[in-house]
Design a protein around this ligand. Structure first.
Ligand SMILES: NC(=O)NCCC(=O)O
Ligand SMILES: [Zn+2]
Ligand SMILES: [Zn+2]
Length: 486
């Protein structure tokens, strides 16, 4: 079925233009001024609206078995929540369980995500190192369409890996043309601080934040950057929450290293005072890692988006109900870590970023969609309004208003960390591969509409890094005695 979106302003990351968009089936087939309407095609009026690429959330956890429970939004409800807020693709973390191989975990995730209402892709987690992982990484890249590998530097005793695993795995990423990702927090220091506070009877959710100060994140970010540099691979640091981690990335990029940083909409807009609330539930619902930070860190994250030293805005959507959070009533270490945000990411970023003059609409598109598509290598199929791209399109009404409330949200949990935030600028219509998937926040997409988006390795940066490594590799000194020169 064909349709033309007429009269809107098409906003891509690089340019805004008055143009119509012709969609045929799942694909954008033309973008231009005053397009002729083919016989039988529907006309959709976008006067006064922006026509933007559907959002991509590069960091989610659907139906994730974690900390003794399972995150509440599965692929169906998580992607429906995403669509209601303008996000048409998520990239979820596929994390092998204890004793499970990467390829088995991948198959599990494929089965779980069959119910997705929007498109999805994965990052694979490296949770230990052995020959099986070495071999599986090649299969994952070459046969299963995943080019990113995640490493947790925190969660000691569970998902955390040490530096030896990081170096082995980062070198393997370099060989395969894949990208390494890290959750950057020094898990050893966190574990000691947690024990120390609990030992002194300090068990409330505020001590979740005190046991994970910005320094643990800054240290781990620096360490991962240096290890990636020595391994010769690209590095993506997830949920950058503080000045220390942002500065590490910014320094690395200024030194020519291929490092990317992803702040979350939560860290950009919410702060640690939420943990001081006298209502235990209120504070515990906001427990995530890294935690919400003192307000001063937000300025660093916003300027990072402006300067380009931070490239994408994600949610790390990992939602737990109040009941699940209460697993940690007597011990903050047992509160399942994670918050929601998928349906609010784009509207909150627009209201707090574009309406305040911090970001232009083009920069908004860059950090909510295009940059993820480019960094994760699914561009230009995703992340752009242009001929040949998937028809993932948001018609954005800059005048529409709403106040966020859990009572009207799509996510399955019973609260919303953005409760009461007033929004101006909302998705009016959201198309997912040419199908109307949401209208004024109401989800029309059905379970199972989503498809897996395979992503190939990164030949150009991998080749550049390998060339540079080879040219700058240590060489033996020619001597009369001693080393034999090859
Ligand atoms: N972020 C968080 O608290 N939960 C999800 C797992 C992770 O990303 O660390
Ligand atoms: Zn994490
Ligand atoms: Zn996460």
């Amino acid at each position: 079925m064909a349709f033309v979106i007429k009269g809107g302003t098409v906003v891509n990351a690089d340019i805004s233009e008055r143009a119509d968009v012709l969609v045929d089936g799942e694909t954008i087939v033309a973008v231009g001024a005053d397009l002729e309407v083919p016989a039988g095609a529907e006309v959709i009026d976008a006067a006064g609206a922006y026509v933007m690429p559907g959002g991509i959330d590069p960091h989610t956890h659907m139906e994730f078995q974690f900390m003794g429970t399972v995150s509440a939004d599965d692929f169906e409800w998580g992607t429906k929540a995403a669509l209601s807020g303008g996000t048409t693709m998520i990239v979820d973390f596929c994390i092998p369980g204890p004793g499970q191989s990467m390829v088995e975990a991948y198959k599990d995730w494929r089965a779980k995500s069959e119910k997705a209402a929007a498109d999805y892709s994965y990052h694979l987690a490296v949770t230990h190192w052995d020959e099986g992982v070495f071999d599986d990484m090649a299969a994952i890249v070459n046969e299963h369409g995943v080019n990113t590998f995640k490493h947790f530097m925190a969660y000691k005793g569970a998902l955390m890996v040490e530096d030896d695993v990081l170096f082995h795995s980062f070198k393997r990423c370099a060989d395969l043309g894949a990208m390494a990702m890290v959750h950057a927090e020094n898990g050893e220091v966190v574990a000691q601080l947690q024990e120390d506070y609990m030992g002194r009877g300090m068990s409330g959710p505020e001590f979740h934040a005190y046991s994970r100060p910005p320094e643990v994140e800054g240290e781990a970010a620096n360490r991962a950057i240096m290890i990636a540099d020595m391994a010769g691979c690209q590095l993506y640091i997830v949920h950058v929450s503080c000045k220390e981690a942002h500065e590490a990335i910014s320094r690395a990029r200024a030194a020519g290293k291929r490092v990317y940083g992803e702040p979350l909409i939560q860290h950009l807009t919410l702060d640690e005072t939420d943990y001081h609330n006298v209502d235990w539930d209120y504070a515990a619902r906001r427990v995530m890692s890294p935690p919400f930070r003192p307000k001063k860190h937000q300025e660093s994250l916003w300027t990072g988006l402006q300067a380009g030293s931070l490239q994408v805005v994600a949610t790390d959507h990992c939602s737990f109900t109040s009941e699940q959070k209460r697993m940690g009533l007597d011990d903050f270490r047992k509160i399942p870590n994670g918050t929601g945000g998928l349906e609010d990411r784009m509207p909150v970023l627009w209201s707090k970023g574009v309406n305040t003059g911090i970001l232009t609409p083009n920069e908004f598109v860059a950090v909510t969609s295009t940059n993820s598509a480019r960094i994760l290598n699914c561009y230009p199929r995703k992340g752009v309004i242009r001929k040949g791209a998937d028809a993932d399109i948001v018609i954005w009404d800059p005048e529409a208003t709403k106040t966020i409330s859990a009572s009207s949200q799509v996510s399955r949990i019973d609260y919303n960390v953005f409760e009461g935030v007033e929004l101006k600028g909302l998705p009016a219509k959201v198309f997912s591969r040419g199908r109307l998937a949401a209208e004024n926040g109401r989800v029309l997409a059905e379970r199972g509409w989503g498809t897996f988006v395979a992503r190939k390795p990164f030949p150009a940066p991998a080749r550049a890094l390998a060339t540079f490594k080879a040219l700058t590799a240590p060489r033996p000194i020619a001597r009369e005695h001693g080393t034999v020169v090859p």
